[in-house]
Design a protein around this ligand. Structure first.
Ligand code: NAD
Length: 382
């Protein structure tokens, strides 16, 4: 194996920064088999791409993603662009034999996600979809506690992701800053953008979701489109609530909205089992709340675990400072890159792969279908 992992990053926005930071930090904290080398950054605006390359240490920049794929010296293509561009880049990258890290949601819809899965599996390239919250240590710890059977039979999984940034009717749709409000660029609203995270984490924790019943709302029906300057219908869901059945028999409750005044990124989940419950909140991401009914009665209560211990007790934390010192959002992306590089080094897949992200896409699509039809919708198993 070469000593370098040559990175071609597409997109220099929010996620382009989060991923670039991860490549720069990873070898300082993790013993990964290769050294990431930031070869090229690609984005739409030449001056911005150039400035980003300088600031983040990329060797070169470009404005056409095809140039990244064509380069023989690129090992991994990292896709950090709006959702409508994921498929085209990923399929071309797979055909060129590149490894791919792709931002979530995998695609605009299930049909597109399937073509991406086919392409990467045919090419046999390594993939990873950036459902980054799995690698927040407290969220990873929750998975370990569930897998150890400590909760017993699981009854409930409830999760919300609340924001408030689109309440004003003056916020436009489309264009660089507000592509998330344009259904053609985003595929859907909060369902693909926010609930996809909750669904991915939930299925990782609690197994497949088999059927869903949903309600969506678009509170502001028309907005100016940045590209046309005209008032156009809004095609995304501003808010979505759904309940569901997991394959293990437990019940799920999910809610997401961009109309929860006062909330910027309130992502929480709570899991209730026969013996114990778990609760997590992104605003306090290094803590995991735990309640165990088996505790001695007079001491029984919710405890707040500060997930910073060493000695293998708390996932990832041995790599960071000393027990008691917290890490944050950016480090989840460092863990993601570390896990990807370690898996690739061993010739193993790194979860969630494109195929696993397709499962999340199927739930998102079933949710949107259910909201439209007003009925229960089965999530296809294949
Ligand atoms: N994992 C997470 O928690 C998380 C958080 C935010 C965004 N995302 C996902 O990351 C992706 C990007 O979101 P963002 O917030 O970084 O967006 P952004 O608007 O901040 O940045 C988008 C970037 O894509 C570039 N771009 C757009 N079209 C392009 C094209 N055709 N060719 C080359 N470059 C192009 C733009 O120049 C810009 O640099 C989306 O899929 C989004 O859903 C994931």
């Amino acid at each position: 194996m070469a000593k370098q992992l040559n990175v071609g990053m597409i997109g220099y926005g929010f996620m382009g920064r989060a991923h670039s930071n991860a490549y720069r930090m990873v070898t300082n904290f993790f013993d990964v088999p290769q050294e990431p080398v930031l070869k090229v950054i690609c984005g739409l605006v030449e001056d911005e791409a150039k400035a980003f390359a300088k600031q983040w240490g990329y060797e070169s920049h470009c404005t056409d993603w095809r140039q990244v794929i064509e380069r023989d010296d690129i090992d991994v293509v990292d896709i950090c662009v709006p959702n409508n561009v994921h498929a085209e880049i990923a399929i071309a990258a797979a055909e060129a034999g590149k490894m791919i890290i792709c931002e979530k949601p995998l695609a605009l819809d299930v049909a597109q996600a399937r073509t991406m899965v086919e392409a990467v599996e045919k090419a046999g390239v390594a993939t990873l979809v950036s459902f980054c919250y799995r690698r927040v240590p407290a969220v990873t710890l929750a998975k370990a506690l569930i897998d150890e059977g400590r909760l017993g039979k699981i009854f409930h999984y409830r999760s919300v992701f609340l924001q408030d940034w689109t309440i004003s009717a003056e916020v436009p749709q489309g264009g660089m800053a507000t592509w998330r409000l344009d259904v053609k660029a985003a595929g859907s609203g909060v369902t693909g953008d926010l609930l996809a995270h909750c669904i991915d984490t939930a299925m990782w924790h609690n197994g497949p979701i088999t059927r869903v019943n949903a309600m969506t709302e678009t509170f502001i029906k028309e907005r100016v489109h940045t590209e046309t300057g005209k008032v156009e219908p809004v095609g995304i869901d501003d808010a979505c609530t759904f309940f569901c059945r997991f394959e293990n028999g437990s019940m799920g409750n999910f809610e997401s909205t961009r109309y929860a005044r006062g909330h910027k990124a309130l992502y929480t989940f709570e899991i209730n089992g026969e013996h114990a419950s778990i609760r997590w909140d992104l605003h306090d991401l290094h803590r995991l709340e735990w309640f165990d009914h088996r505790d001695e009665g007079k001491l029984r209560g919710w405890r707040s675990i500060h997930v910073t211990d060493h000695g293998g007790d708390h996932p990832y934390m041995d790599h960071w400072w000393v027990p008691g010192l917290a890490i944050g959002y950016a480090e989840a992306f460092v863990h993601q890159v570390a896990d990807f590089m370690t898996a690739v080094g061993k010739g193993e897949p790194c979860s969630p792969t494109f195929r696993e992200a397709l499962a999340t896409q199927k739930v998102c699509e079933a949710v949107l279908e259910s909201a439209k039809s007003g009925t229960w919708v089965e999530v296809p198993a294949d």
